[in-house]
Each structure stands twice: as C-alpha cells, then as structure tokens.
Design a binder for this molecule. Structure first.
Ligand code: HAM
Length: 410
C-alpha cells in the first residue's frame, strides 16, 4: 500500500470541520482589526529565503530546480514572500498595510508531535509602521486571535537590543551562534561555546539577562540603550492595555531578519513543541529592491493550535435524508434542492432499495427523513419523519422546511 510522504498528514472530514472552524475564527478576528487576506505562490525563487531567513531555515528547505534550470524552494514561511510581494505590487498602496495569510509551509525537519514537514501558518504582517504602538497592536492581535481559538497560552515579549547590547564587541558569526543557542534554550551549549571563546563572563551576564522579568533590572544589566525610550514605551502600552505577558529578554528568534521587538507564545498543554506563535519587528523590503520599510508581524503554528485545543467538534446543524420511490424521484430532487437552498444539509438516498431500508440507513446519521412517493408527488407534499421521536406528518414543502429548521440538531 502506498503511503503519504513522511511528515505530512491526511485530514478526514471530522478534522477538517474543526480546522475550518478555527481558521474562520482567526480570519474573522484579523478582519475586525482591519487586516485583509493576501496569497502568494507556494514556491518562490530560492534567493527570497536565503537572503535573510537564517541558516536554520536554509537547511530545512525543500529546494528544487525546475525544467528551466531555476532554483526554487517550497516556502518555509510567508514573511519573506509577503514582503517580496509588497515590493512587487504594494509599494504605492497607502501605508500602513495590514495583511494576513493562511497558508501551508514546508520544512524538512525531523517529524514529531506538533512538528511536520507540511504545516499551516496563520500570520499577519503590518507593513510600513514604525512605532511602539504598531508593535503593541501586533501583540494584542495575536492575543485576541489565540484567545478566540479557545486555547490557554502565555505570551513572552522581548527585544533584540537587550541581548545585542551585551554582544556588541563580538563579530557577527559569534553573535549568530549565541542567538542560536539562546533560541534553542541550550544553556549548556551556550556555556561551552562562550568558554571556548574565553568569554565565561558573558555567559553569566547573558543568563542573568535572559532570566530578568523586570525592565529596570534589565537596564541595570545592559546599561543605557539608544532605543531605551522606545522599549519603555512599548512595555508601558502593553501594561496599560491589560495584556497578561512575561517580559523575556532571552527570546532570540531563529530567523535572521528581526531588528527589535520579538515575541513568542506558548500553549500550556503541549509537550516539547509548545511554541504556537513567533513574531516581531523586522526589515526585509530593502533586500528585495524596495525602500527600507519597517514592518512587524507574527505567524501562528495552526496545527499546534489544533493539537492544543483538543478534539472539539463544531455543532453539526440539522441533517436531513431523502428516501423516495422511483415514482417520487423527480419530486424528491426538487424537494432536496429546495431544502439545500434553505441552508439545510440534505442527503439523497442513493441505494434504490425499499423505503424502509432507505429510512433505516438515513436514521444512522440524520435528524429527519423526508419520504417521497407517488402520493407526495401528486399532492406536491413531503412526509417528514422525525427520527428522534419517530413521529411523522405530511406537509407542504414550505411547512416541511419550517418544521425541520425550527428543531434542534441532535
Ligand atoms: P517561526 O517561529 O519560524 O516564525 O514559525 C511560526 C510558528 O510556526 C512557530 O511558532 C510554530 O508554531 C509553527 N511551526 C514552525 N515550524 C513548524 C513545523 N515544522 N510544524 C508545525 N508547526 C511549525 C516564522 O515563520 C515567521 N515568518 C513569523 C513572522 C511573521 N515574523 C514576522 N512576521
């Protein structure tokens, strides 16, 4: 038997119903904040990603050459494609731009629970706004979307300037390595690395900084910073908004394009792969041939949200099955069409067996059976059988629809 590729999943209707419901909730909340949906290609020129997305992502990409010899990659994320699109199509639009996306991404990672090779992100990008308020908006929107999705989570907000202030005197390679250890929360690896560079002193300070939860204590370690006012303003907006969050200067983020505020959100009931969201402030447009454009955004790991939520089937709504004799067939088709137009889920019996047999089959999943034979056709009526009570009555089509839609689904 042939199998699906490693790290991918099939979704049966019960799961898709739940995914579509949550996706709909996310879209709805994003729209109420003024964000509008965009869509980019599933694959891009490889360079879009190698330009700035960080070493990690390059090793994890699906890269291929097409018949024209172009180097392409399946998108591992959407921030770079969306900013590429902004430079191509959106430069002249009035800013700030508020865009969101819901799309699949591909990363060649070792699959485990909550980590897949094809996964979905719901993300937003706020393009062309450079302020503490814009950063706060992005964090608050993330909170609203996840809260509406029905999961419990904790928000960690940091700022790259804080760590950077301690790493000023190191070369960029060292800085990158250190950020990688911090991003993976690998304190052992960090200590060993810094020790090998003769910088044990830094390890103590970095660990102290990463553990700080109070802004004044943070500045006591970092000293005064050029963007201190901006950082203080951001946290004061967050405090004033009533947001529950943890200040976490240890957040380093794996992608290389971030420049300032960074944040991550963790779901409370997931295992190792509990990060359901990552985001922050970044600059990318100038790398794609546009002007330097301050931007801020996040992406939610949609599949992880679904795992964190657990199984929760949406209300099914009323289900109706139509049983009919050969003489009733044409009228049955008309009746089914009219029920569907009224928004009622209506399934035609396809077995061609006796009415009794059809009803027995319908009763397995439906709330009502509509029974249609020669008599119903002649009188332009429908016999409605309530499958919970067993009661049945002959009604006009309009009354039958009223009868069915006025009832509660089982
Ligand atoms: P990221 O942290 O690489 O950020 O991914 C965002 C989220 O996608 C993660 O927090 C995680 O929930 C989910 N995710 C990542 N890899 C996997 C995987 N293999 N399987 C399942 N879920 C996964 C970004 O992608 C940035 N583009 C976010 C951003 C938007 N920054 C600014 N704007």
């Amino acid at each position: 038997m042939l199998q699906k590729p490693r790290g991918t999943r099939d979704f049966l209707p019960d799961e898709m119903d739940q995914r579509r419901e949550v996706e709909g909730i996310m879209r709805r909340i994003a729209r109420t904040w003024g964000y509008r949906e965009v869509c980019t290609p599933e694959f891009e020129e490889l360079e879009i990603f190698t330009i700035r997305s960080g070493e990690g992502i390059i090793q994890e990409m699906y890269v291929f050459e097409d018949k024209g010899g172009r180097k392409l990659a399946l998108r591992p994320e959407l921030t770079a494609p969306v900013l590429r699109m902004y430079v191509n199509e959106g430069k002249t639009l009035p800013k700030p731009l508020r865009w969101f996306y819901f799309a699949d991404c591909f990363r060649y990672e070792r699959p485990q629970k909550g980590r897949y090779r094809q996964f979905w992100q719901f993300g937003i990008e706020l393009i062309g706004a450079d302020s503490a308020l814009a950063e706060a908006e992005v964090i608050l929107l993330a909170r609203d979307i996840l809260a509406a999705s029905g999961i419990s989570f904790s928000i960690h907000v940091g700022h790259l300037s804080l760590m950077r202030s301690l790493l000023d005197d190191l070369d960029t390679d060292d800085q990158k390595k250190i950020r990688m250890f911090l991003d993976k929360k690998d304190t052992g690896g960090l200590a060993m690395y810094l020790s090998s560079r003769g910088r044990d002193d830094l390890c103590t300070r970095l660990t102290a900084l990463a553990g700080c939860r109070d802004l004044n204590e943070v500045f006591a370690i970092t000293g005064d910073l050029p963007d201190r006012d901006r950082i203080e303003e951001l946290f004061s907006i967050l405090d004033g908004s009533g947001l529950e969050y943890t200040l976490n200067p240890g957040i380093a983020r794996g992608l290389d394009y971030y420049t300032g505020m960074v944040f991550e959100i963790f779901a409370e009931n997931l295992g190792a792969e509990n990060q359901v969201l990552g985001g922050g402030t970044y600059r990318l447009a100038h790398l794609f041939g546009g002007e330097e454009t301050p931007s801020c955004g996040f992406a939610i790991g949609f599949d992880r949200v679904m795992v964190a939520r657990g199984e929760r089937m949406p209300a099914p709504g009323i289900v109706v099955g139509v049983a009919f004799t050969p003489e009733g067939r044409d009228w049955a088709l008309t009746v089914a069409g009219t029920f569907r137009n009224a928004g009622i889920r209506t399934e035609l019996s396809l077995s061609g067996k006796s009415i009794g047999n059809q009803i027995a089959q319908i009763a397995r999943s439906a709330d009502f059976a509509l029974i249609i034979g020669k008599r119903e056709r002649e009188l332009q009526q429908v016999t409605v059988k309530n499958l919970r009570t067993g009661g049945q009555k002959a009604l006009s089509l309009a009354d039958a629809i009223r009868e069915v839609s006025g009832s509660e689904p089982r």
